[in-house]
Design a protein around this ligand. Sequence first.
Ligand code: ZN
Ligand code: ZN
Length: 402
Amino acid sequence: MPALVSASASSSSPGFARRALTAVSQWIDSDYCPDGAEKMRNEPDRVDWVRVMPFVVLHLGCLGIIWVGVSAFAAWSAVFLYFIRMFAVTGIHHRYFSHKTYSTSRFGQFILALWAGTTVQRGSLWWAYHHRHHHQHSDGAEDAHSPHVHGFIWSHIGWITSRRNFPTDYSKIKDLAKFPELVWLNRFDLVVPILFAFSLLGLGMALERFAPGLGTNGPQMLIWGFFVSTTALFHGTACINSMAHLMGKRRFKTDDDSRNSFILAIICLGEGWHNNHHRFQSCTRNGFYWWEIDPTYYGLKLMSWTGFIWGLKSVPKSILEEGSHADHHKSVAAAARSVEAGHQSAYSTLRHVVPAAAAIAVATATAARGELPKKEEPPAMHKDLSSEIVNPSSASAADTVV
Ligand SMILES: [Zn+2]
Ligand SMILES: [Zn+2]
């Protein structure tokens, strides 16, 4: 892998010690870039082994189960913390900070950022910056984690270790960077995870003392609740970057290779409907139809009833119709294949011909719509995406079903 070659070559260069010192400083202050963040972002992909040590430690920490053992309470806590924090990844990092698909107060936004901070996926601003960049360049040369451009391993885990991908470009997320409390949490992105880890340690110690019947203790809760659950959470989330552009079906002809997958929708609480999402990013739900399970949306809907969040955005009627037409196209293609294969006898008038004729009629009527226009790749490496939050798709706001 070219990135690994670059990494080993860099270890013998005179600037290695300085880069290592910079990387250690960035463990604490992720905005520390003595040579300038823009220069870092324009470097070629290269694994920064010193910078990623906390990430390596997170994975190695899972081995702690050898020493702490397991209890039912600790194991179920890990499962619970996986899903409650997967909700934070999808409902907060993604559907709030990246796409602003609903609204909340400034205080509510801060609480959401704290919750999202426990996911240990860096700050919400870093997350949103990279995610908007992904949508702008999906499966193109500049997409930081396209499996088609960089391969599966790089899209899943490699890109997050690359030195060029560490800085947050605040100029591309001006709508978020205007809140100093969010910038602080993003800059010192280890604070919340460390507090969270120590809280679990303290909880386990308290349970050992006051509820010994549960059979758990501080170190066990730390290993299962933090290290195991967080590592699983990372890989579950990373599946959207890697697998959701490889596995599943494509309902919409987006100009990328995004897919819809039921399995990924379960693992990632609704994010598996990734092709839907790439077609229309600014609605709160990724499962566009009632049968597409989307637990994140159900949770956000519940939260909206409390008044903590509001203004959830529905799927525009035009997008739903476009999706149903796509299904008709599939029916027509399937019917044509059956006829070519000599299965005409299987076509009874009532069971097949009428629906097929209807599908052909609908497909013909909608053929004039043509394919979705190809996005133009902008010449600049990092374009300001703030404006795309308002209208990221060709569907008009007037189409939105309230
Ligand atoms: Zn994608
Ligand atoms: Zn998105």
